[in-house]
Design a protein around this ligand. Structure first.
Ligand code: HEM
Length: 596
């Protein structure tokens, strides 16, 4: 008994000790996972009840809920409120719901909200010193340096490069159509826009479309896909960013950062070394490098390094490829499902092309008014970037409210949810470009349409994106009729990997080549005669012979009727003129815009 007693005491003591350590540990863990979670109740801001550590984002962090549903859920939960609070992990975010307040924060009172407020550091994120993530004066300096690369004058010089990539895209589509009349579009268009940004911004010929892939595309995909490790680091950044920086946990897969870093370093060095001067984004970056890195003798606070310029090259590349290709695909999807919109858009393209004698210049692009409406409606319905971020840089009293937004407060503007709110856009699921007619636009509240952001931080690549999309839609719609096929998902299931809104299972569409014949038809007999010739010319290589002309005429006339009844041939009227439209079938040889 005497011998057992001390060992019992020791055991008891040690288990009490363990219990004590455990209790202390749990209390500290509980404190750190909850100490921020009373912010919204203290400020009397409505919010969904949070869980320790996870806040309101547990399902999203565990990948059980897409970000797209997370932000819409919170937005819809507080209808009627001007703003609401929520917690992503332990970080409190203020969500803006009121268009007037959104407009004040993005435009009128921008000086209080100059930052995006994303916690990061160059040791963990190659993009940390890129324009998107820069704050305050450093952002302002870099924006001033990079903006000249995106003026309409500079963008004019990208037309030929974009057209070159479109030509390759058309070849790939034609090749695909030799084996099947439908295919998955997203991959092809993403390859295309990878080549466009490579060519137009960096003078690189990547040939992603031709070869079906390239390292630029491969790593680009990897960047937006993310994996469990990246998701964990993302969550940890919201709880304890300093730990992520101390442990140097990389936000993107290391091979991705290394690839882009070394590629763009090489491009910039090659251009500088060989004195290659072109009127493009790279030239702007080289100028920024000269001004900020090489010829800068300012204080260490204002010092810039080579890596900062590379960060911006990488940003331009990643921001300019995935966004544009995804929106183009959404647009083609809606055009396939809305035949009358597609026909009207094609009519505009044909007449505007004729007006400018086939010269697709800046004036041609500006005149595509209905195209603008279509693109605006697609940008509304599928707001590619899902949310916009801001951070308060000074205390800000919300006009007409008791709330003071404290310095450092992170803010979310849920653009997809606002663009799909029936209060601003009745029947939001309906694709209706008329919402963007001049009359409708003049009635719209500021802050309810912001697919590219607004104010001084407006997307720097907006014009380049619009230019590219207009060119590619012009070419595709001039040559093909886009239709849904058996594999087309209706309604489309969308997700938001890497916070980019995108179709979850790709977009499958049918492409029917079109041949336009600009012939004015005067009377019925010539109509019949022309039918026969057209069919004969485009169905097989044989032509009507002189011997059995009448026989041929009669048989072809019947054939024309068959083709008409199967919708292979039709008459369309544009600008009070009648045009034949022969829709090619798979066994017809495709002919490009023949003037018969
Ligand atoms: C459909 C295509 C695109 C969409 C929907 C889009 C959307 C956006 C949005 C919503 C922002 C945030 C604006 C804000 O905070 O107010 C942004 C910023 C930015 N975008 Fe785009 N973008 C697109 C294409 C491009 C392209 C082609 C480039 C460049 C080549 C680009 C480069 C940037 C950059 C650098 C920023 C950061 C600007 C800054 O913070 O000063 N984007 N974009």
């Amino acid at each position: 008994m005497i011998e057992i007693f001390p060992s019992l005491i020791i055991e008891l003591f040690s288990s009490v000790y363990v219990l004590y350590v455990l209790l202390v540990f749990l209390s500290i863990a509980y404190y750190f996972s909850t100490y921020t979670l009373d912010k919204w109740s203290k400020l009397n801001v409505p919010y969904p009840p949070p869980l320790p550590l996870f806040g309101n984002s547990m399902k999203m962090v565990l990948t059980l809920e897409e970000p797209i549903h997370f932000f819409s859920r919170i937005y819809n939960q507080f209808s009627g409120e001007k703003f609401c609070g929520f917690y992503q992990m332990t970080t409190p975010f203020l969500m803006l719901r009121d268009p007037e307040l959104i407009n004040s924060i993005m435009v009128k009172d921008f000086s209080y909200f100059t930052d995006h407020g994303v916690d990061t550091h160059p040791s963990v994120n190659i993009l940390a010193n890129s324009l998107f993530l820069l704050n305050g004066d450093r952002w302002r300096t870099m924006r001033q340096k990079l903006s000249p690369g995106f003026t309409s004058g500079k963008l004019k010089d990208t037309h030929e490069q974009i057209k070159g990539c479109i030509e390759q895209l058309m070849n790939v589509i034609d090749d695909k159509l030799k084996t099947c009349d439908h295919f998955e579009l997203r991959e092809i268009i993403a390859n295309f826009s990878t080549d466009v940004i490579g060519a137009s911004a960096f003078g690189l010929k990547l040939d992603t479309i031709k070869n079906g892939n390239s390292d630029f595309r491969k790593f680009g995909k990897k960047l937006f896909q993310g994996n469990l490790k990246q998701l964990f680091i993302q969550a940890l950044l919201l709880v304890c960013p300093k730990l992520v920086f101390a442990l140097k946990l990389k936000q993107f897969p290391e091979d991705v950062s290394e690839f882009y870093g070394s590629m763009f370093k090489e491009v910039l060095e090659y251009r500088s070394r060989n004195n290659v001067i072109r009127n493009d984004v790279t030239q702007t970056l080289i100028q920024a490098r000269n001004d900020l890195v090489l010829n800068n003798d300012s204080t260490s606070e204002n010092k810039w390094a080579e890596i900062d310029i590379i960060a911006n090259a990488v940003l331009m590349f990643v921001a300019g490829s995935e966004t544009v290709s995804t929106l183009t695909c959404f647009c083609l999807y809606e055009l396939a499902l809305n035949k009358e919109v597609q026909d009207r858009l094609r009519e505009e393209i044909v007449t505007t092309k004729a007006k400018y004698g086939g010269n697709l210049n800046n004036n041609f692009l500006t005149d595509l008014r209905y195209m603008n409406m279509v693109l605006e409606e697609a940008s509304r319905k599928y707001s590619i970037t899902l949310i916009i971020l801001r951070q308060a840089t000074k205390n800000y009293k919300v006009p007409g409210q008791s709330l003071v937004i404290e310095k450092g407060q992170k803010i979310v503007i849920p653009i997809l949810a606002i663009h799909n709110d029936p209060k601003y856009y009745p029947n939001p699921n309906t694709f209706d470009p008329e919402r963007f007619s001049a009359e409708e636009k003049s009635k719209r509240l500021n802050g309810t349409y912001i697919p590219f952001g607004d104010g001084p931080r407006l997307c720097i690549g907006k014009r380049l994106a619009e230019l590219e999309m207009k060119f590619v839609l012009t070419e595709i719609l001039s040559k093909y009729e886009i239709l849904p096929c058996e594999k087309t998902e209706i309604p489309l299931i969308i997700g938001s990997p890497g916070n980019i809104v995108s179709p979850k299972n790709g977009i499958h569409l049918k492409f029917k080549p079109i041949v336009n014949f600009n012939i004015k038809v005067h009377h019925r007999m010539s109509k019949i005669f022309l039918y026969t010739i057209l069919i004969q010319r485009y169905k097989s290589s044989s032509l009507i012979t002189t011997d059995n002309r009448l026989m041929n005429f009669i048989s072809l006339f019947y054939e024309a009727i068959v083709l008409l009844s199967t919708n292979c041939l039709s008459l369309d009227r544009f600008n009070n003129r009648t045009y034949f439209v022969v829709r090619n079938t798979c066994n017809l040889e495709f002919c490009n815009n023949s003037n018969f």
